[in-house]
Write a protein that binds this ligand. Sequence first.
Ligand code: VGL
Ligand code: ZN
Length: 213
Amino acid sequence: MLMTPVKSDVFVIVDVQNDFCPGGALAVPDGATVIPVINRLAGSFPHIIATQDWHPAGHRSFASAHPGKKPFETTELTYGPQILWPDHCIQGTPGAEFHPALSIPRCELVLRKGFHEQIDSYSAFFENDRRTQTGLEGYLRERGFTRIFLAGLATDFCVLYSALDARRAGFELFIIEDACRGIDLNDSVAAAWDTMARAGANRIVSNDLGTGG
Ligand code: VGL
Ligand code: ZN
């Protein structure tokens, strides 16, 4: 289905950072393959924003902050279960920078998340306590956007949680499949696509936007 972006559409690019790409601290398999697709898509959207995972050193989502725990184990935090990650996307480090091949000069907002030391934030809208807001919903509304086109890393965490919150907030949502890659713990990528579909997210491919392959 060929679609043409209009002024009330926004392209939201999630966490295309060095630490989520091959060689990074929390590398998403094939993570960097989304970059040429995203760069091409960015050319056809009038409005672009990007998110950046941005943790202080010693963040509670890091296994290293929990003696005896290893990355990818789960623990209970005050707000519920939390997967523990390798140290990643630490503020001001090269791993937290956008991948150097990402080319989005017209990006209008970089939204940083995960900077509260005690709370992780997968979603671009709400942190993992499900109460602390990032401000993105208000920003998108004030700017008059009604449809969100979502892409980036990782399908099964930040893309998934952002997608669910976007739907809860009432935005129309399109997820660009070939511009996303996942971490995939126990089939979590397939589960994420199911959950997003049930939440009313539309799954499209980059060619649907007529960007020429
Ligand atoms: C992410 C795990 C931890 C993501 C961020 O961007 O999907 N996943 N922090
Ligand atoms: Zn993180």
